[in-house]
Write a protein that binds this ligand. Structure first.
Ligand code: UDP
Length: 312
């Protein structure tokens, strides 16, 4: 039975990966310090093949027994989280990646890094192929996340080249779905929260900035395929459905029947103007592209928030 370690396993993406790997017959160990993750995300798991360790992955990771895969997903991942936790964000991207790579090396396991479209910063190339080096402000408020992930990629490639470790890097674009935190500040939960309370949606700036939204199940499928592929360099995984934030707000108001409209607020510093992955590589090498229609994905997400409650 393959054994997989998932850092950030109680988080939004981590917990969905835990579900998938358990369903595929793996034994899974989730490690999380619960700073932005939550036990509620793994509460439903009854499998005897699952174990949870509460630990900060910037500390030495001691795991007994064999390990086949290490997936490093621990990190604050929303702009307001990494503004609130700038040093922890840098540490988990840098020291946490180092510890996770060290664990993979010790166990001769295959390592997969959760990287991000943020490595492209405010891109000057559109859509963004993996060959684009990015346009990142290292000293701006988002720099703590962007640079941590860029460092994490560099460290991962160094372990691959210097130690011969099998590594994979997924560059994740905006992903949404059940188990996002209602108040994590990202646009999907923020708009759904406001809409379900009958409030106007807060569009930052004029709303002409764009994002491409991927449903979590599609992302998990892309990660599964990448992990089992031979692709040793970064691969973009993200949807091709690009929306302006204004269009997106109108869509959420329509889906929720919210009539309170839209208000504009100040655009955060260094907010990327555009974002859409070039997924030629994922298509050709992994046979992957996103499938979930946005309206269906959003319905599932809204249903989830209604189920867990919107007063949190
Ligand atoms: N945004 C917005 N209103 C909100 C939250 C976010 O207009 O209440 C915008 C934000 O400025 C950005 C986009 O939505 O342009 C996506 O923001 P998010 O924080 O979800 O992720 P990002 O892609 O910026 O990391």
């Amino acid at each position: 039975m393959p054994r997989t370690i998932i850092t950030g396993g109680a988080g939004f993406l981590g917990s969905h990966l835990v579900d998938r790997f358990l369903a595929e017959g793996h034994e899974v160990v989730a490690i999380d310090n619960l700073v932005t993750g939550s036990l509620a995300n793994i509460d439903h798991i009854r499998s005897e093949r699952f174990r949870f360790i509460k630990q900060d992955v910037t500390e030495y990771l001691y795991i007994t027994g064999p390990v086949d895969y290490v997936l490093h997903f621990a990190s604050p991942a929303s702009p307001i989280d990494y503004l609130k936790l700038p040093i922890q964000t840098l540490k988990v991207g840098a020291l946490g990646t180092h510890k996770s790579l060290g664990l993979a090396r010790e166990k001769k396991a295959r390592f997969l890094l959760a990287s991000t479209s943020e490595v492209y910063g405010d891109p000057q190339v559109h859509p963004q192929p993996e060959t684009y080096w990015g346009h990142v402000n290292p000293i701006g408020p988002r720099g703590v996340y962007d640079e941590a992930k860029r460092f994490a990629e560099a460290m991962t490639m160094a372990y691959q080249r210097y130690h011969g470790l099998e590594t994979r890097i997924v560059r994740i674009f905006n992903t949404y779905g059940p188990r996002m935190r209602l108040r994590d500040g990202r646009v999907v939960p923020a708009f759904v929260d406001q809409a379900l309370h009958g409030q106007p949606l807060t569009v930052f700036g004029d709303g002409s900035q764009t994002r491409s939204f991927t449903y979590v199940d599609d992302l998990v499928e892309g990660i599964w395929r990448l992990l089992h592929s031979d692709e040793r360099e970064p691969v973009n995984i993200g949807s091709q459905d690009e929306y302006t934030i204004l269009q997106f707000a109108q869509l959420i108001n329509r889906l929720t029947g919210n009539t309170a409209g839209i208000i504009h607020k100040e655009l955060p510093i260094d907010d990327p103007r555009t974002r859409r992955p070039d997924i030629t590589k994922a298509r050709e090498r992994l046979g992957w592209e996103s499938k979930a229609p946005i309206e269906e994905g959003l319905r599932q997400t809204i249903e989830y928030f209604l189920k867990v409650g919107i007063e949190g």
